[in-house]
Design a protein around this ligand. Structure first.
Ligand code: ADP
Ligand code: MG
Length: 560
């Protein structure tokens, strides 16, 4: 049997066009070919379960190998294989139709970055690194004959009898000159680690040396020897594919370490699992953050059926949750399309809402379950909660129940609790309840002390996100204003106790005030003379809250 043919595509020079677009991301060829091998393996297992294949399954490990001298990379599977007819159908027609579509869509596209890596070119991506691709396959079907297909990167192909005697498929890539970097152990290992680490079928890439115990020497010391073992790339059942009921804390922590070897243990995690109205599984971790500027975005990895796709999850995960770490796996996220389509996609929006809700529910649960523990973690959690409430209306609605305010005494209050606590004495003539806060408990210590003497409470709002959170609270909490503890309003707030009456005459007070004002010579400050009670600050210099915020904003450029 020997047959020559032409691949039925309309664009004759399809190869150079695709190569040009995909060049910078050509490593995905390996992901595509290994996932095809995995698909073929899953299919034969399925057929066996259904009783449609009754032969031996045997060892179904997928093997990746390379030969530096022959300049080949081979991907071998023991999947269901293909007959010559099937190769013509699936490779010539189906695989290449994806490529045709690609060219038609993006022939005139200017910005290749929009497309690269978003378009699943499947089998076709082999031609990004190979000048010739060979398929050697033997189908599982009774009486099937081995088939060999060769294509040299033009649109013509050749099919002849193959030599394979075991069920399955070898894809042999004859690597082109520009792609010889891929004929390297570490290069291939790196790509496999990145894309194939959690594929559901065992993937082997050569062997590796391992040290094992080898009895004891005469002095009773352990002896070691080196042995060659299979170099297995993947964990076939990563934790996100399991049921939360079957997992212990250690499992989640170990998986975290596997994903981010250098990181501290996370604070807690959320196991995502939904199958309606879309499919999504995953585990999201709350990392420990040392300070607001230390958080690392883009740590969430996106998978589709256990194949790594990207760690650019910007459009799928709400902005404020970009601080989380972990894995999301969804076959429903369209990956073969451009970014603008992704943003408009209905599923993506639903996934976004689902994750937001899950995170809010988890926080509410933690808060309810053990408030002490929750308070202890607040320094780390607070950032997410505040950021979330500011940026996401839906989250703000839920966050009201578990956001905490911390005062200078280290006590924590929910929003309703806090209102209740300060309402009685911190409400002014206009029925506005004034929340006092300090942005720097050391620098503002004198003011804090003074406020505390009057039984006012002072909140700690000392992180960069707090200035935004303060505005958020003023917008949301009814009849509430927040004033920094050194703002002029504090002095005017509440009727002063007689015991603290001014010991100076009015005339004396005015004189002292004038002296200070002259010395400061700046209209944005105001001077209050309290008197000479030894427990009081005799004179306080304050700034109008509004003026101060303006000034702070100018100083920080208004951003976070
Ligand atoms: P997709 O995987 O999205 O279907 P591909 O271009 O990757 O698209 O592959 C096209 C088709 O070729 C597959 O659907 C499958 O039928 C067939 N195929 C590719 N690789 C193999 C393989 N290793 N074993 C069996 N069939 C394969
Ligand atoms: Mg494929």
């Amino acid at each position: 049997m020997q047959e020559k043919g032409t691949i039925s595509i309309h664009t004759e020079n399809i190869f150079p066009i695709i190569k040009k677009f995909l060049y910078s991301d050509n490593e995905i060829f390996l992901r595509e070919l290994v996932s095809n091998a995995v698909d073929a393996t899953q299919k034969i297992k399925r057929l066996a379960t259904l009783g449609q294949y009754t032969g031996e399954l045997g060892d179904t490990t997928v093997e990746v190998s390379f030969d530096k001298d022959k300049k080949t990379i081979t991907i071998s599977d023991r999947g269901l294989g293909m007959t010559a007819e099937e190769i013509k159908k699936y490779i010539n027609q189906i695989a290449f139709s994806g490529a045709t579509e690609f060219v038609e869509k993006f022939k005139d596209a200017k910005d290749a970055n929009e497309i690269i890596g978003k378009f699943g070119l499947g089998f076709y991506s082999a031609f990004m690194v190979a000048h010739t691709v060979e398929i050697n396959s033997l189908s599982y079907q009774e009486g099937a004959e081995a088939a060999k297909w060769t294509c040299d990167g033009s649109t013509s192909f050749e099919i002849s009898e193959g030599s394979r005697t075991e069920r399955g498929t070898d894809i042999i890539l004859h690597i082109n000159e520009e792609s010889e970097e891929f004929l390297d152990k570490w290069k291939l290992q790196g790509i496999l680690d990145k894309y194939c680490k959690f594929l559901p079928v065992t993937i082997k890439f050569g062997t590796k040396t391992e040290s094992v115990e080898d009895g004891e020497d005469e002095e009773g010391k352990k002896k070691w020897k080196s042995i060659e073992v299979d170099n297995i790339i993947n964990t076939t059942s990563p934790i996100w594919t399991k049921s939360p009921n079957d997992l212990k804390d250690e499992d989640y922590l170990a998986f975290y370490k596997e994903l981010y070897p250098m990181s501290e243990d996370p604070l807690f995690w959320i196991h995502l699992n939904v199958d309606y109205p879309f499919n999504l599984t995953g585990v999201l971790y709350f990392p420990k953050v040392k300070n607001d500027f230390d958080f690392q975005k883009n740590k969430i990895k996106l998978y589709s059926r256990q194949v790594f796709i990207t760690d650019e999850v910007k459009d799928i995960v709400p902005e404020f949750l970009m601080l989380l770490h972990g894995v999301i796996d969804s076959p429903d996220i369209p990956l073969n399309v451009s970014r603008s389509f992704l943003q408009a996609d209905g599923n993506v929006k639903k996934i976004n809402n689902y994750i937001t809700k899950k995170v809010a529910d988890k926080l509410a649960e933690l808060y309810k379950k053990d408030r002490k523990v929750y308070e202890e973690k607040w320094n780390d959690i607070g950032l997410f909660v505040k950021y979330g409430m500011i940026s996401e209306e839906k989250f703000a609605e839920k966050g009201k129940d578990f956001v905490l305010l911390k005062n200078t005494k280290g006590e924590f209050y929910t929003l309703p609790e806090y209102k209740e606590k300060v309402k009685a004495i911190q409400t002014d003539k206009n029925e506005q309840t004034i929340y006092l806060y300090a942005t720097d408990v050391n620098k503002q210590d004198a003011f804090i002390q003074s406020a505390n003497k009057k039984d006012y409470d002072v909140l700690v709002m000392d992180s960069p996100i707090d200035s935004h959170f303060i505005q958020h609270l003023e917008g949301k909490e009814e009849k509430t204003q927040l004033k920094r503890v050194d703002a002029d309003v504090v002095e005017k707030l509440i009727q002063k106790d007689d015991a603290y009456a001014n010991l100076l005459s009015e005339e004396q007070s005015t004189k002292v005030k004038e002296i200070f004002e002259k010395a400061i010579d700046n209209k944005s400050y105001s001077v209050e003379v309290e008197g000479l009670n030894p427990e009081e600050l005799p004179v306080t210099v304050t700034m109008d809250e509004f003026m101060r915020r303006m000034k702070d904003m100018a100083a920080t450029g208004g951003g976070m």
